[in-house]
Design a binder for this molecule. Structure first.
Ligand code: ATP
Ligand code: MG
Length: 481
């Protein structure tokens, strides 16, 4: 049950009574005031977090009170109580910092919704602020951000792996979850941190060059081998070798790596003598290695050899508590990088991010915030430029990747998406000269789409080219759910 404090200021007894009864029942602590004077003194004694404020009071102007209260208590939520005749003053109230308004006569359910949403929004905002204060709690200079229980477990395992110093570590997780950062963290926490960390992406290097990259070659080992070249194992001596995308390593190479790990020695290509290896191997993959072993595409002996210690990095949708924290981190990063002066992330944007499933994980979040920072025109980063509206939901894996990404819309490096939506520029709307409420248009469109499809949310969402979750999120926002 909530324990927030609400002050109701209205000169009509019936309104004070009919508002306070259900709010007390819902668990709020409620007090009332019938005049501006009384409200002023209750502000000091009752210390409300929210004020429901009549716009017309016998001894005071509601708008003046609003301005005064907001100046006194910075994060006070003020919701105006207005008669329909007062629409002009309502606009003024928003400018002065009112959160919302409720019109007389009011529908109690809608009032409850407005109140709970306002508190929710405030809490989200506070969360973002808290997170920004705790940004210093980074695990290392590579900024592995996260303080969800799931990530705290990951940090603990990272430290345990780091302490072992020699043991092979296997990092598993979907694409974009941060496996590379985890590998670097293991290295940085280990006694090897002063020695080099070398990374090789087994998927990016052609098969025939992989052995050369890893083990190096002697002069004349093959036609172009003009001089001796050290491989990564030798260059990383004393440090760590990170074999990224190990699931993509060809079978013959798997055998050679296994031998090098087991014997702690190897030979350069074309070489006659063995070289001792003093490196820790960390491997990572977003593939389902177990399945690859079953299919005969990954050596079972190497599988067991690498799996001495395993770190599972959970997908972002399973650690949503990290989302505001990561969003704030990338927000600060790109706001600075692109010289933008956007003040903050809006609570609505955070809420949308929390409702999204992030098939591309942290990488997608990073791209999405970067893109939004570039495109944002307002003072705060709103939900629209995050471009999450046409997203599809994540589904369990059916292929040998940990989660099948192939059929989803994942942004490319520039955060762009491929989309099958019609060109929105084809739609021409003539805007009235005196301005228009975007929210009202949006709500109206949603209502029409629902009406057109007899209230069927799935069909309405498809019609609007939104995911069902996004439609429901917006319906909730407008009190339609
Ligand atoms: N916890 C985190 N804190 C801060 N940044 C993160 C975090 N996790 C991931 N990132 C960022 O997200 C992006 C993707 O991370 P990374 O390359 O480590 O993912 P990955 O799991 O190796 O993905 P893939 O399997 O596609 O290689 C990087 O830009 C990285 O800096
Ligand atoms: Mg990676």
């Amino acid at each position: 049950m909530s324990k927030e404090r609400i002050l109701i200021v209205d000169d009509e007894h019936l309104i004070r009574w009919s508002l306070s009864q259900p709010l007390v029942k819902s668990g709020y602590i409620v007090d009332t005031a019938e005049s501006g004077n009384e409200a002023q003194s209750k502000m000091a004694t009752f210390k409300p977090e929210m004020v429901l404020l009549d716009i017309r009071l016998p001894d005071a102007n509601g708008l003046e009170l609003l301005e005064r209260f907001k100046a006194e208590v910075e994060d006070l939520i003020v919701i105006m109580i207005t008669a329909y005749a007062d629409v002009g003053s309502t606009v003024e109230a928003f400018k002065l910092g009112a959160e919302d308004y409720i019109g007389k006569p009011f529908n109690l359910e809608a009032v409850q919704q407005v109140i709970s949403q306002a508190f929710k929004k405030k809490k989200l905002k506070e969360n973002v602020e808290d997170f920004s204060h705790s940004l210093d709690q980074r695990i290392d200079e590579d900024h592995l951000i996260g303080n969800s229980p799931e990530m705290i477990d990951v940090f603990k395992i990272i430290k345990r792996c780091a302490e072992t110093n020699d043991k092979t570590v296997m990092i598993l997780g979907e694409s974009g979850t941060g496996k590379e950062l985890v590998a670097k963290a293991v290295h940085l926490y280990s006694q090897r941190s002063k020695d080099p960390f070398f990374e090789i992406n087994c998927a990016a290097i052609p098969d025939h060059l992989l052995e050369n990259e890893l083990f190096g070659h002697e002069k004349g080992a093959y036609t172009d081998a003009g001089k001796r070249q050290k491989g990564i194992f030798e260059l990383a001596d004393g440090g760590t070798v990170f074999l990224d995308e190990i699931g993509d390593m060809p079978l013959p190479m798997q055998g050679k790596i296994l031998k090098a790990i087991e014997n702690k020695r190897y030979r350069r290509l074309g070489g006659y003598c063995d070289i001792d290896v003093n490196v820790r191997i960390i491997a990572a993959t977003n593939r389902n290695l177990k399945k690859m072993v079953d299919d005969g595409r990954f050596r079972i002996d190497l599988y067991y050899r690498l799996n001495v210690m395993t770190i599972n990095v959970p997908p972002l949708r399973e650690r949503k508590a990290d989302i505001p924290h990561l969003a704030k981190y990338f927000f600060d990063l790109f706001n600075k990088e692109y010289n933008r002066n956007i003040e903050d992330i809006s609570p609505e944007a955070i809420e949308l991010m929390l409702s999204y499933s992030w098939p591309g994980n942290v990488r997608e979040l990073r791209n999405s915030v970067e893109r939004a920072i570039i495109l944002e025109d307002g003072r705060t980063l709103g939900p629209n430029n995050l471009n999450l509206f046409s997203s599809l939901e994540a589904s369990p894996s059916t292929t040998d990747t940990i989660t099948d990404q192939e059929n989803r819309q994942v942004p490319d490096n520039d955060g762009r998406r491929q989309t099958t939506a019609n060109n929105p520029d084809e739609l021409q709307i003539t805007l009235p000269t005196n301005g228009i409420s975007f929210e009202k248009i949006e709500k109206n469109i949603i209502l029409q789409a629902l009406e057109k499809h007899a209230g069927n949310q799935t069909k309405a969402a498809r019609y609007l080219q939104l995911s069902r979750d996004t439609l429901r999120y917006r319906m909730k926002k407008f009190g339609l759910l």
